[in-house]
Design a protein around this ligand. Structure first.
Ligand SMILES: Nc1ncnc2c1ncn2[C@@H]1O[C@H](COP(=O)(O)OP(=O)(O)OP(=O)(O)O)[C@@H](O)[C@H]1O
Ligand SMILES: [Mg+2]
Length: 344
């Protein structure tokens, strides 16, 4: 393995890049704005600011949806722009590690290889790391020992529940529920209860301010939207009890899936998890009291990783910085059949 390693986490909501020796060097919204179907107008946070505001000639979109790259051409362009920004033309030749979903096929892994190779010049090779492995390392867990560990990564469009031991995934389940589902539900409730139409960003803002897995003392935030009846802009106070009602159904789906995985976990590993508890990662792990509710429902200790939204990218960073962890990544070559060679 040569130096000049970079790590990339292609999240549904954020794109993060780790650079060897420099930690996280790019952490922006995974959004691109294209003008007249060809010119890149903006990418990252700047493009995000244009969402729901751009004229018809500018197409602002998220290339990753439900944890899967839905728009390959735009994703390549966006990675290329981000790499150029962080490398400032210095990336002579090196490897790039990408965090990938667990249950993807060899063909899909090859698609990640093509994506990275096409996005920038001078990429020497591509290594893939399964997201739960990266999330666990980023949460500071030792996954190479025979002690079983459990992580629940709650991102924007997906939640991945995983049991790991001896550097591999024992069981994993990916469900299409994450922070964006909560945002959508808040939008629907605000319309139903207050006759107010709000945008996606406002819904996310309400969630970050008021979302609570428990019903605690009433709080409110003031937001702007459009009155459904009069059609006019209006300011309204949104209550935390309404937000709780809007999100709890989805939180319960996540908890039911956690219980399902626990039921399938081999008993010897279950006893390890009783000792160490469940680790929550991903941006949506910051929802207030979510750890407490999961703990109450599973009767297990639940820990939230430090900076949970950075767990996956920091896990790639751990592999990049620590030679002893290199075996946790796999090189992908141009022939998809050549999978399985370990990164050294
Ligand atoms: N303080 C907070 N409270 C509640 N939700 C939050 C908070 N901070 C971030 N989030 C949510 O976390 C999500 C983003 O998390 P993350 O960056 O882990 O997702 P991602 O990796 O882009 O998505 P995915 O893993 O599903 O592809 C968003 O839905 C965001 O609204
Ligand atoms: Mg993620």
């Amino acid at each position: 393995m040569t130096n000049k390693l970079l790590g990339i986490d292609l999240g549904t909501s954020t794109l993060k890049i780790y650079k060897k020796g420099s930690q996280i060097v790019f952490d922006e919204k995974n959004v691109i704005a294209i003008e007249n179907k060809k010119k890149v107008m903006a990418f990252g946070d700047e493009a995000y600011d244009m969402l729901e505001k751009a004229p018809r000639s500018i197409d602002v979109s998220y290339p990753v949806r439900n944890g899967v790259i839905a728009d390959i051409a735009n994703m390549e362009t966006l990675i290329g722009c981000a790499l150029k920004q962080v490398q400032k033309g210095n990336f002579r030749s090196g490897y790039i590690l990408v965090a990938v979903p667990t249950d993807i096929t060899q063909v899909e892994k090859k698609a990640f290889y093509d994506l990275i190779m096409n996005s920038a010049a001078k990429v020497k090779g591509v290594g893939v790391v399964e997201k739960p492995i990266a999330a666990a390392l980023g949460a500071g867990l030792d996954i190479t020992s025979a002690n079983g560990v459990m992580t629940v990564d709650i991102g924007a469009d997906t939640t991945e529940i995983s049991i790991m031991s001896l550097g591999g995934i024992v069981i994993s389940k990916l469900i299409p529920v994450g922070g964006s589902k909560l945002d959508e539900s808040i939008k629907v409730y605000v319309k139903k209860k207050y006759n107010l139409l709000i945008g996606d960003k406002t819904a996310e803002h309400i969630k970050k301010q008021l979302a609570n897995a428990f019903e605690e003392e009433e709080q409110s935030v003031s937001v702007y939207g459009r009155d459904v009846v009069t059609g006019l802009p209006k300011e309204m106070e949104i209550s935390s009890s309404m937000v709780h009602e809007a999100i709890i159904e989805y939180i319960n789906i996540i908890i039911d899936s956690i219980k399902m995985i626990l039921e399938k976990t081999p008993p010897e590993i279950s006893s390890d998890i009783i000792d160490s508890g469940i680790y929550l990662t991903g941006g949506s792990a910051s929802i207030k009291n979510l750890d407490q509710l999961i703990s109450r429902e599973t009767e297990l200790q639940v820990n939230v990783a430090n900076n949970p939204e950075d767990a996956v990218i920091n896990g790639l960073g751990a592999i990049i910085e620590d030679a002893n962890l290199k075996t946790l990544s796999t090189i992908v070559t141009s022939s998809s059949n050549a999978m399985g060679r370990r990164l050294r």
